[in-house]
Design a protein around this ligand. Structure first.
Ligand code: PMT
Length: 405
């Protein structure tokens, strides 16, 4: 039975640049920062000097776990606005005041916040906070219009009691509402929202006796990286994995730990009928011991023979019941690489096989890098040496083009 994702995870791993201007609403920015970090985002804060009268930079640097920038030239870090602008997935200015709205609309760069805004290539969202007459003033309306036409997403202001004692529009949205808007923004970008993916990763272990086992050097890094990239693009991911010593970060991944090839097959057969996409990156042990000893086999100084039985092939078994699903296999080879990979592509009914060869420096087991070739029936794409996360991104991008046609 496959459960649907109930909690929102779109902020996990996202880089958010939080800009804070000088309004009483700035005290809420601390909570906003905390909510973003709690949701798994990496947050950097740039604030105006005026905002530091309302909320302390130390509070923001503690909550964001990053240094806070105010002035352009502080600590000779004048070019940080460029680096920060390129780093972010989204810039959120909350609160933005009438004064900063005017500066942004006219391209001023007199502090770190405005200079970063001008340098940022990422989308920008702004949550205004000001008194109702300032909000309604034609000058502000004009500047807000300019920012909108420049592509800035201006969040609504809330109505209610204002710091001046007046009632009306001008309050900054509550931090929870701003987080909801940010989550919706990222969810809209999910390219694999409707996909349910089965991913296998890591080794399997086949017991010999209660103490010993047969296994291989797979760390699961490749498969876990694929699962994380799929999840970050909105897919529902089921990761069936052997014993791992690495962390699985993305909170929405459904993990199904197994030990043996038999258990991996059983779990995959349970999940496979409901999935739309399957990626087999596990290094499944090809053999298991025919009769597992109940007791520890004693060392008697004589050769010991183990009878091995061929394990079921997880990918090939699922491949026989594909039913329109997109299947990706991996091939780890040491010789005749392309020929062997092509044979597996056909025999196991893969749509695509990812070849990695132990002949290539930096490729294969237990490393942070891999060098792979994507092989289809009529096409081959060779990639350079990359990190496993980059390989996973390239692979998911490649698959997306195939399944979203
Ligand atoms: O885990 P890492 O340390 O990051 O290393 C990554 C990796 C090298 C394990 C990975 O990139 C990889 O190549 N995985 C497949 C290794 C392998 O067992 O290849 P194979 O040629 O034996 O199998 C071909 C395909 O059939 C694979 O998709 C495999 O998952 C699948 N298979 C194999 C045997 C079996 N009994 N069941 C299977 O599903």
């Amino acid at each position: 039975m496959i459960n649907s994702n109930s909690t929102r995870t779109a902020l996990y791993g996202k880089k958010i640049l939080l800009g804070i201007c000088g309004s009483i609403a700035a005290y809420k920015s601390a909570y906003l920062c905390r909510l973003l970090v709690k949701a798994g985002a990496e947050v950097r804060v740039t604030m105006t000097r005026d905002s530091a009268n309302f909320i302390g930079p130390v509070t923001l640097s503690t909550l964001s776990k990053n240094p806070v920038h105010i002035d352009l030239s502080e600590d000779n870090q004048w070019s940080d606005h460029v680096e920060w602008g390129l780093w972010a997935d989204l810039m959120v200015i909350a609160p933005v005041t009438a004064h900063t709205v005017a500066k942004l609309a006219n391209g001023y760069t007199d502090n770190m916040l405005t200079a970063t805004y001008l340098s940022a290539r990422c989308p920008v969202m702004a949550a205004p906070a000001m008194d109702l007459d300032m909000w309604n003033h034609p000058g502000t309306r004009r500047n807000i219009g300019t920012l909108k036409s420049d592509g800035v997403q201006i969040l609504d202001v809330a109505e209610g009691e204002l710091a001046s004692g007046l009632h009306g529009p001008g309050r900054m949205l509550e931090p929870e509402d701003i987080v909801n808007k940010i989550e919706s923004f990222f969810e809209k970008k999910w390219s694999l929202k409707k996909q349910i993916a089965l991913v296998t990763a890591g080794p399997t272990v086949e017991p010999i006796d209660p103490v010993r086992y047969i296994s291989n050097h797979s760390s699961g890094k490749m498969g876990v990286a694929i699962a994380e990239v799929l999840a970050s693009r909105g897919a529902e991911v089921h990761l069936v994995h052997g014993p791992l010593t690495i962390d699985i970060g993305h909170p929405s991944i459904h993990c199904h730990p197994v030990q043996t090839a038999g258990e991996m097959l059983e779990k995959c057969l349970e999940i496979h009928p409901n999935c739309t996409l399957a990626i087999f990156a596990a290094a499944v042990s090809d053999y298991s011991v025919s009769i597992v000893s109940k007791e520890k086999i004693k060392k008697e100084g004589k050769p010991v023979q183990l009878n091995l039985t061929a394990n079921p092939d997880v990918a090939a078994t699922c491949g026989k019941r594909k039913n329109g699903k997109y299947h990706v296999g991996f091939a780890l080879e040491t010789q005749n690489e392309i020929k062997n990979a092509r044979k597996k592509l056909t025999d196991k009914h893969f749509d695509l096989i990812v070849l990695n060869s132990l002949q290539d420096e930096g490729a294969g087991f237990n490393k942070d890098t891999n060098k792979v070739t994507f092989i289809e029936q009529n096409k081959m794409v060779e990639l350079e040496l990359k990190t496993k996360v980059e390989v996973a991104e390239d692979l998911v991008q490649y698959i997306e083009q195939k399944i979203n046609r």
